[in-house]
Design a protein around this ligand. Structure first.
Ligand code: F6P
Length: 405
């Protein structure tokens, strides 16, 4: 499948925020993805720091230069599709019908499906927050006084507003986001991936809130380097469970604000049991199914299934345990959990297992899929992530002795 996604909207409407989230989500699901950001092309070709007047539609030179970089990015995007299937995002304002018609024609000629995603927002407080969070730290305003940068950027927006033409039904397939999720409109959207994207977009929001990940406390199997099974916690694991409540409550203003998810296995439920907050078990959060290796130690697996161990070493992401799962299988079954995590606005604590947390962590920290099976997720450590506009801040808090197989 070859799918182009073209963003549409005035500056500071969250286009890059949406583009990055979509790219991360699609890459995590295993699609080949790329993003072509016209702002980056402009900075690279014409230099950063162009004043607002450069974006005035009456500025003939500026308009021609911007048209040129936009077409250059488009050419490179079309060339990217020549190397194979995938999904690429054209991150630009595409603010006029004429520009969009040109973009549509180019993709049509190249045999590439196209979906526009338009972001409309008239809420001045959201726009100003976006300008302050993302624009004044852009290379366009390096070394510029922040208040001057905000004024200049608002002047740039005013220039674009003069020529902005919202999308109309006859322009093909598009999704319109109004005020970051207040309203989502799908126009002539069809196909599996575009429909999935609509549901992903329905759940995006820009509220900052922490997500905590932790493996269960040490289990009786962890003590023996045994995989799988449904063992209880060891005394050290119970000690860790007891340390979680003070950690969480030092953060939250009230207990009702915290959402706790566990797997259905007793080691995660026991870990959550001392929190004093109700928790919800998810089957999808259960540990990777090790099939015929269930309840064996790593050395027993090595002795009984040397070929399997060798195959796993070669490709740990795709390797599937006989009658069990691969990391790729785990990623697929975690998709609903991930969308629900994006949707949730309250602080959320996920208590799960090594492979499962590796998979979720990779999405939030934008790590390539190949790295998923190797991400360090030690026992007795809470990983705190706070998603923000273009990424996540990460902090790790060790709350007890780590014992790792
Ligand atoms: O050893 C603990 C454990 O959660 C096992 O149940 C699971 O098979 C393993 O970690 C996953 O880690 P890896 O893929 O590195 O073996």
């Amino acid at each position: 499948m070859k799918l182009a996604i073209a963003m549409v909207g005035l500056p500071a409407r969250g286009k890059t925020f949406v583009a990055r989230r979509i790219a991360r989500y699609l890459a995590w699901l295993g699609h080949r993805t790329a993003t072509f950001n016209v702002g980056d092309y402009r900075r690279e070709r014409l230099g950063a720091g162009q004043p607002a007047a450069f974006f005035d539609p009456a500025n003939v030179e500026g308009t021609a230069a911007r048209q040129k970089v936009a077409m250059h990015a488009l050419d490179e995007m079309i060339a990217w599709f020549e190397h194979g299937a995938g999904i690429a995002i054209y991150d630009a304002t595409n603010s006029t019908r004429a520009r969009r018609a040109q973009v549509s024609r180019r993709f049509k000629e190249a045999g590439i499906d196209l979906l526009f995603i338009e972001s409309l927002c008239d809420d001045a407080s959201i726009i100003e927050r976006n300008v302050r969070e993302t624009k004044i730290s852009s290379p366009d305003y390096a070394g510029v006084d922040p208040e001057h940068a905000v004024r200049d950027f608002l002047a740039r927006i005013a220039f674009y507003t003069r020529s902005y033409e919202p999308m109309t039904e006859d322009e093909g397939s598009f999704v319109r986001l109004v005020d970051v999720g207040r309203q989502v409109i799908a126009n002539r959207v069809d196909g599996y991936v575009p429909a999935k994207l609509v549901s992903f977009l329905l759940n995006l929001h820009i509220q900052h809130r922490p997500i905590w990940f932790s493996r269960h406390g040490e289990s009786l199997y962890n003590r023996e380097n045994r995989v799988g099974g449904d063992p209880a916690l060891s005394p050290r694991g119970l000690d860790y469970a007891g340390r979680l409540a003070p950690f969480l409550h030092s953060w939250a203003r009230s207990e009702d604000e915290i959402v706790v998810w566990t797997s259905t296995l007793q080691r995660t439920r026991q870990t959550a049991s001392l929190l004093g907050v109700p928790s919800t078990p998810w089957k999808a959060l259960d540990e990777i199914d090790v099939g015929v290796c269930d309840s064996l130690t790593y050395s027993e697996v090595e002795a009984s299934f040397p070929d399997e161990v060798a195959a796993r070493r070669v490709d740990k992401l795709r390797y599937r345990y006989p009658r069990g799962e691969s990391y790729e299988d785990v990623i697929s079954r975690l998709e609903p959990v991930l969308v629900e995590l994006e949707r949730e606005r309250r602080p959320t604590f996920v208590i799960a297992h090594q492979a499962v947390i590796r998979a979720l962590l990779a999405y939030f920290t934008d790590k390539p899929r190949e790295e998923v099976p190797h991400l360090p997720v030690p026992l007795h450590t809470v990983i705190e992530l706070v998603p923000h506009a273009y990424g996540c801040t990460e902090r790790r808090v060790v709350l007890g002795p780590g014992t790792d197989p």
